[in-house]
Design a protein around this ligand. Structure first.
Ligand code: FAD
Length: 339
């Protein structure tokens, strides 16, 4: 097939690859190139626990956030229930979110999309004496160090091209591409000069504890235990505006203490690795399009970044929205695009 429209996706994290797959599979007449300076295993996405879960963003219509969550959940659930599950790194995960004080919202907006959501019983809560309230449910865990290479294969199969390159400005791309899709996460601070993007530092440990089979998350988002396919991810920290990528010994100690209080057997677990990532945070993620003047040309730019601590959860849903924005752009470009 003649590929008549050249699209570049900047970013090789879970947002970039999800978006690139959605565009290349839905629009076979587009020649899609994914460009990034860092690829798996060196992106933020690679170290994320990858549990599907979300907080509510203040200024995005709730209907849209619900759709992002549901589209992502359904997409990953289908993978978890297929024979692709191990090679894609996606699994079902059951457990508890617990609260020291009864939360303002007892039933979050995503509760109907996860499986079997219900308040915890007194018997279940008994082992958490510092906590008054809890939610039990089954969600998904998507391990990006496995999922990203799987998405890359899927992208290449759909005809996508991959290029390792740092993009210093969008102008560099304006002559070679008709549409620019920006999925550069924290990189958007410089690449598109967005002063609203900031890091929220997160440190986690991977430990060997195959006997731990349920996730436990404190509702404050700072302490969590997420069993995965080969190890258990325990965390964490949420340090706003902190750019340090080095492991902090004090954080490690704090994580081990807090997690062992919830799951005492973790005192017996062997530490396999320690990792720090910077969540690409923003008051609201930016999933929108604009037209930018680059070297005298009007170039459509579609943005999809700023997912903070929920990028794995919202990746497929926001990728589908981004695909919709690319389609709108193509309609406006017609007749050159010959849709
Ligand atoms: P990234 O993975 O950072 O990818 C950005 C890409 O853009 C990279 O490829 C980078 O090289 C490229 N790039 C940037 N600038 C340029 C440039 N100028 N030129 C070329 N390429 C560029 N989310 C969940 O949903 N569930 C969780 O359980 C979860 N746990 C987490 C735990 C921790 C400790 C941390 C730190 C994060 C966690 N997250 C979780 C959040 C999740 O990791 C992020 O929301 C997600 O990874 C963001 O994906 P991204 O693709 O936008 O960014």
């Amino acid at each position: 097939m003649m590929k008549s429209v050249r699209v570049v996706v900047v970013g090789a994290g879970v947002i970039g690859f999800s978006t690139a797959v959605c565009i290349s599979e839905a629009l076979p007449f587009c020649a899609v190139t994914l460009m990034a300076d860092k690829f798996s295993p060196d992106t933020t996405s690679d170290g994320a626990a990858g549990i599907l879960f979300a907080a509510q963003f203040p200024d995005i219509p709730l209907q849209r956030q619900r759709r992002w969550f549901k589209d992502s959940f359904d997409h990953l659930l289908a993978i978890a229930q297929s024979q692709c599950a191990p090679e894609a790194g996606v699994m079902l995960s059951s457990g508890w979110q617990i609260f020291k004080e009864i939360p303002a919202v007892e039933t979050p907006f995503w509760s109907e999309f996860v499986i079997g959501f219900r308040p915890m019983t007194d018997v279940e809560l008994k082992r958490f004496p510092d906590h008054k309230f809890g939610q039990a449910f089954t969600t998904l865990k998507c391990e990006c160090s496995t999922y990203l290479p799987w998405l890359e294969k899927r992208f290449r199969k759909a005809g996508g091209q991959v290029e390792q390159r740092k993009v210093n400005s969008l102008q560099e791309l304006s002559n070679s591409f008709d549409i620019i899709v920006n999925c550069s996460g924290l990189g958007s601070k410089i690449l598109v000069g967005d002063t609203q993007v900031y890091p929220v530092r997160g440190q986690v440990l991977k430990v060997e504890a195959p006997w731990v089979q349920h996730f436990i998350r404190d509702g404050d988002g700072k302490t969590y235990i997420y069993p995965g396919i080969r190890s258990v991810t325990i965390g964490g920290t949420r340090q706003e505006g902190d750019w340090r990528l080095q492991v902090d010994g004090g954080d490690t100690k704090g994580i081990l203490e807090r997690c062992s209080r919830l799951e005492p057997s973790l005192n017996k677990a062997k530490i396999l690795s320690e990792w720090v990532g910077l969540r690409p945070s923003r008051k609201n993620p930016r999933v929108e399009r604009e037209v930018v003047q680059l070297q005298g040309r009007s170039v459509p730019v579609v943005h999809n970044y700023g997912h903070g601590g929920w990028g794995v959860t919202l990746a497929w849903g926001t990728a589908l929205d981004t695909l919709g924005l690319v389609k709108q752009t193509l309609h406006e470009m017609a007749p050159q695009a010959k849709l």
